[in-house]
Design a protein around this ligand. Structure first.
Ligand code: BDR
Ligand code: CA
Length: 316
């Protein structure tokens, strides 16, 4: 059975990724590393603890990793993050405070310990900036050969970014860390905007949750409705909200959802193209064996799985 670590900047779609992982019995969620990104890391961690308790899984430990990106000395939430995810990260919805506290071990050390313990069985799904994973492989490069697979939400190859024409939000937060991860020999799949913006959720689906009537179903409907309303303002051309982060979890468990290409990738770290995820021209003629980029997704199959799993889970 696979062991999974999520690295979340919890975040509305991160909250969906968390629920999706818990609703997937094929893998054990052994811990969550909380990141800065949509909000500050302490709040990402607290949101995660609160959601875990509400969802009936208070046993999952939550760690904090890096408190800011590798190329700055502090972190500030971007106004656009507050518009999309709300000031508290989860659509201004109140969830009761969990009894469990944040672990004292640093998230980066948790990564290293888990990689050695579970070896090829460990799946890592980062759905925020890649600062923690980059720091872990820098601190202990041996884990590059021990980690089973990394399926990350971030970047874009075939369409423009969502922060500016060249960059996606997670990569934009820490381009040097993303570059380190993408250029490493980690077995990795990049699940970028190319595919995540094809998987959209609407109020028709959140209404189905509302009708289930359990606390978790109603809270999740409220949280996601906030995000859907924000998408109407920021992305009026889309007919719903992007299921970015849960798609990465689903693809980690079932890679057949995606069509991918093998490509040696890099991230531009400075100048006008900072944060751009693109093929590395210097390694174009080296065999690409470890890095895959998703270019297509089986949308109906994913949406059906997503709703079936989450609706059943919210009924429990
Ligand atoms: C990504 O950015 C964050 O705002 C979302 O949670 C998602 O991980 C999409 O670009
Ligand atoms: Ca996220």
């Amino acid at each position: 059975k696979y062991k999974m670590i999520l690295d979340l900047d919890t975040g509305v779609d991160d909250a969906l990724a968390l629920a999706y992982a818990l609703a997937t019995p094929e893998c054990d969620l052994i811990g969550v590393v909380a990141s800065f990104g949509n909000i500050v890391p302490e709040e990402a961690a607290q949101n995660t603890l609160n959601l875990l308790e509400m969802l009936g899984h208070p046993e999952v430990p939550v760690f904090i990793g890096a408190t800011h990106s590798s190329h700055t000395d502090h972190f500030e939430v971007m106004p656009i993050s507050q518009t999309i995810h709300g000031k508290n990260g989860i659509g201004e919805v109140e969830v009761p405070t969990a009894k469990r506290k944040i672990e004292s071990q640093n998230g980066i050390d948790f990564y290293i310990e888990a990689a050695h313990k579970y070896q090829g069985q460990l799946l890592i799904v980062p759905t925020g900036p890649l600062t923690n994973l980059a720091a872990a492989i820098e601190k202990d490069p041996e884990i590059i050969d021990l980690i089973g697979h990394v399926t990350l939400m971030g970047g874009t190859l075939t369409i423009p970014g969502n922060v500016n024409p060249v960059t996606e939000a997670n990569i934009n937060q820490d381009p040097p860390a993303a570059d380190k991860v993408l250029r490493s020999k980690l077995p990795l799949t990049m699940v970028g905007l190319d595919v995540t913006l094809r998987t959209l959720l609407t109020k028709k689906e959140t209404q189905e949750w509302r009708e289930i009537g359990t606390t978790s179903a109603i809270k999740y409907a409220d949280i996601v409705d906030y995000y859907i309303n924000a998408y109407k303002i920021t992305s009026p051309h889309l007919h719903g909200c992007g299921l970015h982060d849960p798609l990465a979890v689903a693809a980690a468990v079932d890679p057949s959802l995606l069509q991918t290409i093998y490509l040696n990738m890099k991230v531009d770290t400075e100048g006008a193209y900072a944060g751009r995820t693109i093929g590395d021209e210097k390694r174009l003629n080296e065999p690409a064996t470890t890095t895959q980029v998703a270019v297509n997704v089986d949308v109906p199959r994913f949406l059906e799985m997503f709703m079936t799993k989450l609706s059943a889970f919210f009924k429990e």
